[in-house]
Design a protein around this ligand. Structure first.
Ligand SMILES: Cc1cc2nc3c(=O)[nH]c(=O)nc-3n(C[C@H](O)[C@H](O)[C@H](O)COP(=O)(O)OP(=O)(O)OC[C@H]3O[C@@H](n4cnc5c(N)ncnc54)[C@H](O)[C@@H]3O)c2cc1C
Length: 598
């Protein structure tokens, strides 16, 4: 069905009036059987539509962007067709959606290639959008039931901040936001992130607030998030709830009844909420040893500095003549190279560096091409047409210059990128630290060094994710199982409501996975938000009706989650004890500055 999303929404509004409520209800119920949505909730929303002209159309418009390349899309498409044409037959039995990463990837790709994507959710590739607008979507003004749904947002970074804004604007009145820092903004409040560069390769907009494409200072994103909060009401009329300063220790997901354990200055508490949106972010620096990529026998506390730094002139001068080692060739390392090269040139300093990477030489020589090496494919630069937005931002002139200068240097003692590194370790003696590293051909090299940086990404530990009631799919990266709308899965292979934790959602970098690396950047958050909003409203309706009738809508008593709650009483107890653990990781930025000038 070649139609723009705007006209699809308009068509629903027009045609649905000729559908009986019961027909609309059964169609939508079939469409959402995979989520176990309660039929009464869909009926309730359909009835609201009769009195609030565009409610259902806005709510479901984005679902129609999925094209029918699997059974799941067929059923949605049939629903759409039926809405357009009242004489269309009832949906056929189709293969159910089970929430596998492959299905989610296909849905993201389907939206990205849908002819209906322009205008509503302009997307350039997998799980990434340039644009989010709720188009003035509001809950019906008189609907007290929906408005008062208790919603807890865990984490107030970019994902938590934007989610809070969308829900407040939609009319939800009972939102609690918990963050250990007590403020909105997340990592964009950290001096080493806001003081660095932004790297979004295209302009994006959120509810009418624009951020221009990179290059530019990271501060731009910090300011953008401050405008989303909008304390002086210059853009939005409604205030966001104040952030409660609290550390989340655990979540016990239930069916529209999750229990959040948190601590604040008065002690430990439990909060119950039917809707929980977990946006607890990036987590901690990944363990330094990654099997199949680059391994080390060094524990995390020997892996050096774990976050990019912003060097002022005094710190740069303190590094003059020193040799810095970087393991990992990503944007954080590139950000460091840009600064070092600039100081060397402008101040005549001689800061030396080596970058160790697992990338093969051939991938470094052709950074914007996919190359095969030892039966694996490599592509160093991100491809902004089919975005892998988290790869090296070679499309940005500053990053490309820094990379090529390091790669092509004729003075490897001063600057060098070492490819095909499979293992590294450190030896000490006579007051010197020596890095010993092995390359894929089996050769071993060593060099004395002054400072080590291991900048290879971030993730939550399994223990933390278990405590948050999340199903771990990749131990090393800390990936979890979730549906396309961010709803958390609790049992792989189960069906309908048993498959998920109804009402418990994730958003933002918590959702990053090998299938969806873009979840951790702002365009990835913009992409997912409309699906999350829709499902939050449907789950809120279920909760409200359940409260009203004091019975379970799905015909079964509320079942406790199968996972016991694992409350982490303090951060340390969450840390694994094996080699490569997180105990020695340097905490974010404030302490790092003293480390570097030592
Ligand atoms: C160095 C760096 C540069 C980046 N540059 C870009 C860029 O240019 N463009 C881009 O789009 N993305 C960039 N990113 C990706 C970045 O992850 C996203 O921009 C964005 O910050 C993700 O938001 P989030 O809300 O998921 O996570 P976060 O910003 O990490 O927010 C998570 C929040 O949860 C809170 N929290 C965590 N644990 C707990 C707990 N147990 N209890 C209570 N609160 C808790 C934290 O305090 C934090 O406020 C960059 C990331 C890094 C590390």
């Amino acid at each position: 069905m070649a139609t723009s999303a705007f006209s699809a929404v308009a068509d629903i509004r027009y045609h649905e009036t000729s559908l009986s409520t019961s027909r609309l209800r059964s169609l939508l119920h079939s469409a959402f059987a995979d989520k176990g949505y309660a039929e009464e909730a869909i009926a309730y929303l359909a009835a609201r539509n009769a009195t609030t002209s565009n409610f259902l159309g806005f709510l479901l418009g984005h679902f129609l962007m999925r094209t029918p390349d699997t059974g799941y899309y067929i059923i949605l498409q049939q629903t759409a067709d039926a809405l357009f044409n009242p004489f269309y037959g009832p949906p056929r039995e189709v293969h159910p959606y089970t929430g596998t990463p492959q299905e989610n990837t296909a849905i993201d790709a389907s939206i990205a290639t849908s002819p209906a994507r322009d205008g509503f959710r302009r997307s350039i590739g997998r799980g990434s959008a340039r644009f989010f607008s709720s188009q003035g979507f509001r809950l019906p003004r008189y609907d007290r039931m929906l408005k008062h749904t208790p919603i807890a947002i865990l984490g107030a970074g970019a994902a938590g901040t934007m989610t809070a804004r969308v829900l407040v604007n939609a009319g939800f009145l009972s939102i609690s936001v918990l963050d250990q820092t007590g403020r909105y903004g997340g990592i964009w409040n950290q001096p080493n992130v806001r003081g660095g560069s932004k790297n979004n390769p295209f302009n994006f907009s959120f509810e009418g607030l624009y951020v221009s494409e990179a290059p530019g200072p990271g501060e731009t994103i910090t300011r953008f998030l401050e405008r989303v909060v909008d304390p002086d009401h210059s853009h939005f009329s409604l205030p966001l709830p104040a952030v409660k300063k609290a550390k989340v220790l655990g979540v016990e997901p239930g069916d529209l009844a999750s229990h959040i354990t948190y601590s604040d200055e008065t002690g430990q508490h439990i909060l119950e909420a039917p809707i929980v949106i977990n946006t607890l972010g990036l987590g901690k620096p990944l363990a330094p040893s990654r099997v199949g990529v680059m391994t080390t026998d060094m524990p995390a506390y020997e892996a050096g500095i774990r976050w990019q730094q912003i060097l002022d002139e005094r710190q740069a001068r303190a590094l003059d003549g020193k040799l810095l080692i970087f393991t990992g060739l990503g944007n954080s390392t590139a950000e460091m190279l840009v600064q070092i090269q600039r100081y060397n040139q402008q101040l005549g300093l001689h800061i030396r560096y080596k970058v160790l990477t697992h990338y093969p030489k051939v991938a470094l020589e052709q950074p914007d091409t996919t190359v095969a090496w030892k039966e694996k494919l490599y592509h160093l630069y991100r491809d902004t047409r089919l975005p892998q937005l988290t790869r090296l931002a070679g499309d940005l002139a500053e990053i490309e210059r820094a990379f090529t200068q390091a790669r092509d240097s004729r003075y490897p003692d001063c600057e060098e990128i070492v490819p095909e590194v499979t293992h590294w370790t450190i030896t000490r003696g006579n007051g010197t630290k020596t890095l010993v590293f092995t390359q894929a051909d089996g050769s071993t090299r060593s060099c004395n060094f002054d400072q080590l940086y291991t900048l290879i990404g971030y993730g939550h530990r399994r223990e933390e994710l278990d405590a948050l009631g999340l199903l771990v799919t990749d131990d090393y990266l800390g990936s979890i199982a979730y549906d396309y709308d961010g709803e958390i899965q609790r049992a792989v292979g189960a069906m309908g409501r048993e498959r998920i934790c109804p009402g418990y959602f994730g958003l933002g970098s918590l959702l990053k996975s090998p299938q969806n690396p873009n979840a951790q950047v702002i365009p990835g958050i913009l992409f997912r938000l409309s699906d999350t909003l829709t499902s939050v409203i449907i789950r809120s309706t279920e909760y409200g009706l359940r409260q009203r009738k004091n019975r379970t809508l799905v015909g079964s008593p509320l079942k406790p989650t199968r996972r016991p709650i694992l409350v982490a009483r303090d951060a340390d107890s969450l840390l694994p004890r094996r080699s490569g653990d997180a105990r020695g990781e340097l905490p974010p930025p404030s302490n790092i500055e003293s480390e570097i000038v030592r």
